[in-house]
Design a protein around this ligand. Sequence first.
Ligand code: ZN
Ligand code: ZN
Length: 377
Amino acid sequence: MATKKDYYEILGVTRSASKDEIKGAYRTLAMKFHPDKNKDAGAEDRFKEISEAYAVLSDDTKRQTYDQYGHAGFDQRYSQEDIFRNANFEDIFRDFGFSFGGGSGSPFDDLFSSAVFGGSQRGRGNRGRGADLRYDVQITLEEAAKGVEKELNYKHNKKCEHCKGSGAEPGSKVTTCSTCKGHGQVQSVKNMGAFGSFRSITTCPACAGNGEKPEKECKECRGSGSQIITEKLEVAIPAGVDTNSQLRLGGLGERGPSASGDLYVFIHVKEHAFFKREDDDIYLETPISFSQAALGAEIEVPTLSGKANLKIPAGTQTHTLLRMKGEGMPRVHGGGKGDQFVRVIIRTPTNLSEKQKKHLSDLGDTPKKGMFEGMFR
Ligand SMILES: [Zn+2]
Ligand SMILES: [Zn+2]
């Protein structure tokens, strides 16, 4: 497969572009390449490309995932269908009066229902896919650094044992659903006046997308074909994750008539008492004594993996940031580790003996010319 172009590049915006800039860029390009307007070969592909880029960059969560993981990581987490789910093209096209569906035979209708969605929004292919589930998991910074197994109380629906998922009481006859006439989906058409009509297709509520209904419903699951159960689920959280990292467990979402949705585990990393994280680097403050700073020393400081020695060079000033290479967070992508930065804070000595005071006083005299000397006349 050819390498995918960068979404920002496709829309011609910078990585820090605001939502309005992104919308504006997409609008301009869509005007140019919309198949209603542009009949050139390649315009349709270009239109699909910019639409995909817009679908991702106009959605905060998707944009963040793309920024963090790039195409490869993003595609692992989102299917083509996920990309376009919830994307709002309607208001953009309404603005310039293009058709956006409605069985008018417009190319846009085709693009969005078959080409872009890979055809799965139509027909029986995607009928009755179960909903995606979300679980939020809180972990400590140490757990994020090492990776951790977490047990979820995983509440989901499972095939009903009694009817084997058919929803029919064993032995009862099955008939075609009268609401959807066996299609499993029902259509509703929203009239948008001058802008055409917008058609939405939803799963048939009467048969839950099955297209058929039993004469007698299963008494265990009341015809749903599934039962809600709670079970324990072990999830392996990889080292290096941060708040907003998501794990996608394919097929572990709600069970649907034809396929199950996915389970998304959202990670939240707790604030740490003394480690502060910035991307893959860790920041820490540590007090040192005046003499350690003046003479140099080797001290022990905590790290995410335990502790390590830190060398303080002679003559270190207070608030100096010292770097400990490779003691930061593991990188989820690309391998290696960030660094730990230690800010040393010099403690001014108190309760000095007469002798110590004398020593310090001598020290204070050393630079005979003070730096403000010239200011006092
Ligand atoms: Zn049942
Ligand atoms: Zn039906």
